[in-house]
Design a protein around this ligand. Sequence first.
Ligand SMILES: C[S@@+](CC[C@H](N)C(=O)[O-])C[C@H]1O[C@@H](n2cnc3c(N)ncnc32)[C@H](O)[C@@H]1O
Length: 215
Amino acid sequence: MSMKGVPLNDKLHDYIVETFAEEDEVLREVVADTESLDIPLIQISPDSGKFLFMLIKMIRARHVLEIGALAGYSTIWMARALPEEGRVITLEINEKHAEVSMGNYKKAGLENKIELLTGSALESLDKLKDRKFDFVFIDADKDNSSNYFDKVISCMNKGGMIVCDNTLKHGKVVEEDPDVYTQGILDYNKKVANDSRVDSLLVSISDGMTISLVK
Ligand SMILES: C[S@@+](CC[C@H](N)C(=O)[O-])C[C@H]1O[C@@H](n2cnc3c(N)ncnc32)[C@H](O)[C@@H]1O
């Protein structure tokens, strides 16, 4: 079987990050604090952060929604891509993660651009059902990704974009007997690949990001 594309090793990944997605002091501190506070180091990679930043700029998004804040690393990348009047709403169920995130938004000077809603994302999304978004980043409990898509699709502005992280699930999406999280991702990919309201593609950056452009 012929290999498609160039499989990424650490050296190539470092080359991309060093050339295009170097973290500043604030982002480096967010990562260091995440580790020292015993919060899992499961934030997106710097190149994925830059990817979200680029996508937000490309579609000129102003209203961004994030599902899963952790310590605020990805929120900061996204908020930095927004124009003056742009805003991010981020949803987080874990109170410690929420508190640390809010501290980090302040450190980044972005507290006026970011609103964090604590609680279950599915419940928060019900409260946000009359809002409109240009860009949604889904990165919380993977078995619910497909449910999040169902909730946010009716809130999207035309030309908006929905991005879901970990859609290669460390390669498990092509293995037999998927676990519940992998099955959640398989359901997500199948759904957005076949939903006529969006054009979608799984981009093999980091652990995979599936992007869906709303028609
Ligand atoms: C992978 S982390 C998010 C990483 C973050 N987007 C980043 O890249 O910096 C997933 C986060 O989703 C949160 N989460 C899990 N289940 C959730 C739910 N049902 N509602 C809201 N947040 C949830 C977790 O507490 C965790 O902080």
